[in-house]
Design a protein around this ligand. Structure first.
Ligand code: ADP
Ligand code: ASP
Ligand code: MG
Length: 826
């Protein structure tokens, strides 16, 4: 046979789920058969092998397994029925099904009576799935007028005696296949999953063995190409069902494919890679349902500059640790562990020894856990008896997450990045191991944490843009405006490689968490319809659920209880951006704790909008303090609403009318008394004071309310304006008196001589504060450096747009550039 004459195509269960799948597979075969002779190897109809297995397991327990058998047969029959309705005849498949049905029913009965199923019988039963699908494909291709033959697997002689996990003797298969194919039809279809021994009996090639059948046939015929047709576009950087933004890879090397599949990537069976790699036969992974896509090429020439090619995970793993002082310095412990498990035919997924030689940890499949424990307990019976080792500890429900790439051999710092990503997802690494081919690193983690670890690693190694993941709590004026700003800026951020993603939104009643990212076009409706009542725990778990590396919680509420949770947020790996002033005006102890926890957890706590909305107050003060400046005096108009109200008073408007106007213009808190009481200004002044190093509590601020609160505190909100009318005259008189002295009244926060006070002050009309009105804020800061002319910050200090813009600025400052995609060569 001339090299490369044949094309081998394997279709798996996902390509053979129903008639549509068979048709799509037949299309693929037909289009390739035009150019080359094709050898087609088929799996069973999707789910049939599992159902046959369930039939056996049920019957072994003495229970009736026919329900599962019926389901398996029904799956196959329904495809035949559909075809016959379309007028397609299926002589081979129909005949086979009829014949097998009675045999299978008999066998199930036999197993049930005996209470056991010999491996030989098991192999015969399981192989019928492939027997059926391969015949059906021959019928279909013939119906299309294609020159097609069916071949049994007697051309695949076996290299060992295992009934359930056999190997093909590839050398011996060469002449047999050659003979079968010589002068044969253009298309040859074989059942996958089994070969036949020298007695002609069926021996299986292991679960998912059809990949191996195809690889063995490709190796034995020296095929030019082996194609594995599936329901996905190719080999992905991670399981696309877990990592939604996994990428389809153009190519991978045999070693990379081996590591990825060994630790769980269900793309091509690990066993199939050896014959392909041995003969250097390139292998394509392609999508049956979208054959125009190029797929992934597994070949020897895959370029090696990639640091990391993919991430995989294997679940249902048990980790076993043997430890004790008695192990130290003793030769041959690891060998005894391996021998003990090998004698029970248990394969060890990974094994590591601590450098102190004090402990050995290994992983096996959960199905082998009981056997493995027993084998090790027996092997180390003496040591256990004499206290040389402690009890063997067994941890079920573990998973192995591995990172794979040929480039790892040459680049530094990959393990560190890997571990950082996993820990930033809040996942604990129990064991770290380097893969056998040096192109993989694997960690053992708790099973339930594996998916978050996978997602976090994927982000760390595969995202070429900075992710800004946010959770917005409070979506009233400021929060709503912020979302609108996100939408407007999304495009330009993306151009700058920043991807801002809103992962959850909440108001006081409901929380809406995205499956992936929230659609901002209709967040209001979605929050109302799909949002759920929530607690803080629901927010905390989002990070793990979505595998976020550096998420930020944005607090646009005024809620004190929420502010009390910042420490928890920071501890759990969230940055906090707060428009809410309550946290920074809580006790000095809490104030310090937030900063400590943020530093220890490498998270940011930002609150630029706490004072002066969008004005750069906090950042400016911090900059001054860091450069060694110190505050002498501070005076400021810190309330946008009071700035507006006092401006209107100056124009001669009565107090009650001015307040009503400010409310109408949306410049006050929902209840304007919150502004008039002066508490809002007191909080801002406290924040400024703490920023410049004063250790004060809110009670230390001397507050004179903007209006005598006893005149308004007892009335209902709806009667407030009326109550204020009683003060109109008094206010007008004060304003006029000030005017006569060339002064205006302003509501001022002041820090002077270690005292902080908030009160109405009469200030010269021509001084900076005298001209501040209409909602403007002004901060006049005298410091060691800024004197005698002070540093003055002025501008709108209230309003949804400027505040939201300030919050937005903070969010952008939380960005921690993800690990660059490519590391530097060592
Ligand atoms: P078949 O039996 O048809 O060969 P399988 O059911 O064994 O197919 O596997 C197909 C599934 O494997 C895909 O649908 C995909 O969700 C999953 N999968 C897991 N890891 C990967 C990966 N790294 N790349 C592509 N698919 C993967
Ligand atoms: N049908 C067999 C299984 O499910 C073989 C295969 O699909 O590759 O294990
Ligand atoms: Mg399969």
């Amino acid at each position: 046979m001339s090299s490369g004459k044949f094309l081998v195509q394997k279709f798996g269960g996902t390509s053979l789920a129903d008639l549509k799948g068979f048709d799509a597979s037949a299309d693929v075969i037909e289009s390739h058969a035009v150019e080359r002779r094709v050898i087609v190897v088929l799996s069973a109809v999707k789910g049939v092998t599992d159902l046959l297995l369930q039939t056996i397991e049920t019957a072994v327990r003495g229970e009736n397994g026919t329900q599962y058998l019926d389901q398996a047969i029904e799956r196959e029959r329904s495809i035949l029925n559909e075809l016959s309705k379309l007028g397609t005849s299926t002589p081979l498949a129909a005949e086979y099904l009829k014949e097998q049905k009675s045999t299978l029913i008999r066998r199930e009965e036999g197993i049930r009576l005996l209470g056991q199923c010999p491996d030989e019988t098991r192999a015969k039963i399981l192989a019928t799935g492939e027997g059926f699908s391969s015949r059906l494909m021959v019928d279909l291709l013939r119906h299309r007028g294609l020159d097609t033959q069916w071949s049994d697997t007697d051309v695949l002689p076996l290299a060992n005696e295992s009934w359930l996990d056999s190997l093909v003797d590839i050398e011996a298969a060469e002449p047999l296949l050659s003979q079968r194919l010589e002068g044969g039809a253009r298309i040859t279809v074989l059942p996958g999953f089994y070969g036949r021994n020298s007695d002609g009996d069926i021996q299986l090639l292991g679960r998912n063995g059809t990949d191996y059948s195809a690889a063995a046939i490709a190796a034995a015929t020296g095929a030019g190409l082996c194609q594995i047709w599936k329901d996905v576009d190719g080999f992905y950087s991670a399981d696309p069902r877990i990592v939604s933004n996994a990428r389809c890879l153009d190519e991978v090397s045999y070693d990379e494919a081996m590591e990825l599949t060994y630790f769980g990537a269900k793309v091509i069976s690990a066993k199939a890679l050896a014959p392909l790699a041995g003969k250097q036969i390139p292998c394509e992974i392609r999508n049956t349902y979208d054959p125009s896509k190029p797929g992934t090429l597994v070949h020897a020439g895959a370029e090696r500059t990639h640091v990391v090619r993919g991430i995989s995970y294997l679940h249902d793993v048990t980790s076993i640790t043997i430890q004790g002082g008695g192990l130290r310095g003793r030769v041959g412990i690891a060998r005894r562990v391996m021998d003990a498990l090998a004698s029970e035919a248990i394969s060890i997924l990974l094994i590591v020894q601590s450098s102190s030689e004090y402990s050995i940890t290994l992983c096996v499949r959960r199905a082998d856990e009981i056997k493995a424990r027993k084998a090790l307990e027996e092997e180390f019976h003496f040591e256990r008896l004499h206290g040389l080792i402690e009890e063997i500890s067994v941890q079920s429900d573990r998973a192995v997450v591995s990172l794979v790439g040929e480039g790892m051999k040459r680049y530094r710092g990959i393990a560190a990045r890997f571990l950082t990503a996993i820990s930033s997802a809040g996942v604990n690494v129990e064991v770290l191991a380097q893969g056998s081919t040096e192109c993989a690193i694997a960690v053992v983690v708790k099973g339930e944490a594996a998916q978050s670890a996978m997602r976090a690693c994927h982000t760390a190694f595969f995202s070429d843009s900075t992710h800004i993941d946010v959770i917005l709590l409070g979506c009233g004026n400021v929060g709503g405006e912020l979302l609108a700003q996100f939408q407007r800026q999304a495009e330009s951020l993306r151009e700058n490689h920043a991807d801002l993603r809103v992962r959850a939104i909440a108001n006081s009643r409901k929380l809406l968490v995205a499956d992936d990212v929230l659609d901002l076009d209709c967040w209001q409706e979605n929050l109302e319809e799909k949002g759920k009542p929530w607690s803080i725990d629901d927010v905390i778990t989002i990070r793990e659920k979505l595998g976020l590396l550096n998420p930020t919680i944005i607090d646009c509420t005024t809620d004190e209880a929420l502010a009390a949770q910042y420490v928890r947020f920071l501890q759990n790996g969230f940055n906090v951006v707060a428009a809410n002033k309550k946290a920074n005006t809580a006790s000095m102890d809490y104030y310090r704790e937030m900063r400590d926890v943020a530093a220890k957890n490498f998270r940011k706590f930002l609150y630029e909008t706490n004072v002066g909305a969008g004005l750069p107050v906090i950042d400016t003060l911090q900059g001054l303090m860091r450069s060694g400046d110190e505050l002498h005096t501070f005076e400021g108009i810190l309330s946008g609403s009071l700035s507006m109200i006092f401006g209107m008073l100056e124009d001669g408007m009565p107090l009650s009318v001015a307040v009503a106007r400010a409310v109408d213009l949306g410049f006050t808190e929902p209840d304007p008394r919150d502004d008039l009481s002066g508490m809002d200004v007191a909080r801002k002044l406290l924040i400024v004071a703490r920023e410049v190093g004063m250790q004060l509590e809110l009670d230390d601020i001397e507050v004179e309310p903007a209006v005598p609160m006893e005149a308004v505190s007892h009335v209902d909100r709806s009667e407030l304006i009326e109550a204020l009318q009683t003060l109109d005259e008094d206010f007008s008189a004060k304003i006029q008196a000030a005017e006569a002295r060339g002064e205006v009244l302003r509501y001022v926060g002041r820090i002077e001589d270690g005292r902080c006070s908030v009160a109405i002050e009469a200030v010269p009309a021509r001084k900076p504060l005298g001209s501040v009105r209409d909602g403007e804020n002004a901060l006049v800061i005298h410091t060691r450096y800024y004197q005698p002319i002070p540093l003055v910050l002025r501008g709108y200090g209230a309003g949804a747009s400027v505040t939201a813009a300030g919050v937005f600025g903070d969010i952008l400052r939380t960005v921690w550039r993800p690990l660059d995609h490519q590391g530097g060569p060592s």
